[in-house]
Design a protein around this ligand. Sequence first.
Ligand code: DX5
Ligand code: ZN
Length: 220
Amino acid sequence: MDQKLIAPSVLAADFANLQRDIEMVNASEADWFHIDIMDGVFVPNISFGMPVLEAIAKHAKKTIDVHLMIVDPDRYIKTFADLGANNLTVHYEACTHLHRTLQAIKAEGMKAGVALNPHTPVSLLQDIINDLDQVCIMSVNPGFGGQSFIENTYKKVSELKEMILKNNAKTKIEIDGGVTSKNAKQLTEAGADILVAGSFVFKSKTPLQTIKELRAIANS
Ligand code: DX5
Ligand code: ZN
């Protein structure tokens, strides 16, 4: 079976010591960098934009997984590809023509993902599942790090896993929000492939050790 992956969310890093924190992730057992882009319109918060991503990409030595929490993401697909994004995830709720958006992401050489807000049912992906490299199930309302995990997520993960198997799809399941060593095992058992963790990693006094432990639990 494939290894379960850990993707530290840079949103929780110390922005005054960004290079230090990026190097920490490079040296760790983490698999991906998760990068949260928020526009203050789709979500009630603004994170950071292109110049910061460019600076991160200069140092990052692992897959760059970009999570766009913005309206009209089609405008910036090429920009994110040029900045070094390997995976680009857009929100289901922000895309009127999701199929077209996913094709445009793939045409730029990136893996294409869609994120679902906590209220958005997995069943809406039925007719697009074979076009998706990954689905990000939001286990908090997007916009902020450090929120608590929504328990209904487990059910959504199981449903999505079933849909993937039924359709013979290769789609990976990513979980974003409130992930800790307490819920990691139950999430991977339900079918999660990638765990995003912000506060749990960066607020830890020993982040290298925390990443190692989280990865071990996810793969146990
Ligand atoms: C929330 C972001 C998450 C966030 C996760 O809108 O998409 O990636 O950084 O942070 P934690 O792990 O602290 O919930
Ligand atoms: Zn995210």
